[in-house]
Ligand binder design. Sequence first.
Ligand SMILES: [Zn+2]
Ligand SMILES: [Zn+2]
Length: 267
Amino acid sequence: MAFPSDYHLHTRLCHHARGEPCDLAASAVAAGLAEIGFSEHAPMIRDDWDDWHMESGKLDLYLEQIRLAQQRFPQLTIKYGLEVDYLPGHEAWIRELSERHDWDYFIGSVHYISDSFDIDNPEKLDWWRSRDPVEIWSEYLNRLSQAAASGLFQIIGHPDLCKKFGIRPTPDRTPGFREFLETARDHETAIEINTAGLHKPCREMYPAPEILRLALETGVMLTFGSDAHAPDQVGRDFDLAVSLAKSAGYRKSCRFTRGVRELIPIP
Ligand SMILES: [Zn+2]
Ligand SMILES: [Zn+2]
């Protein structure tokens, strides 16, 4: 079976993943993938922001390692990307990053709902306990819409990451998601199906099936990502991701080349 491109891959440069681009590329070839893209956690506005992003001085090494993988695995198409944290006020920095290379795509992700609260960080579970989850979700959804409205990203990553620890307060969040998806459509920003959620406490891919159906109805395009943090996770659960996409009604997904989108049939 052919699989869609895996556009969400991390390497050891972010300090919490294993493998270099060559290791992940080898794994992609073994899994039968035809195209992958690297999306390392991009340098933050300051290197001491936290301990889980690539430092700014490592960007050249990152690019060099991807180039090496391209040379070693000519049978595989390999794209240059970054997973960039969206925080209001960081737009100029993100633009600066975009000028450092001829990137194929940026995945814009909301992990931070304030300068210090990264909602998916297991070390911040106490923060969840000491705050109102309804407010956390509402701030998360606000930022998701802002990230889409910024026009800085080709793809929005794991668009309901806030459910990672399985904390889903009861109020209906559909209006927030609808606003986000309409904003994404209006700015020609895709969303990804990210399979990593299956292995987190929420036990479900990002986004949830009902959000994916809403995304299709709204006219939002799609990519696929494993969010691999180790070589053996490349393309993980892509058979399930393809089933999910198709059951939501998607027949095409996006390929990005130097920021330009092309629609290709989902295998
Ligand atoms: Zn990571
Ligand atoms: Zn992420």
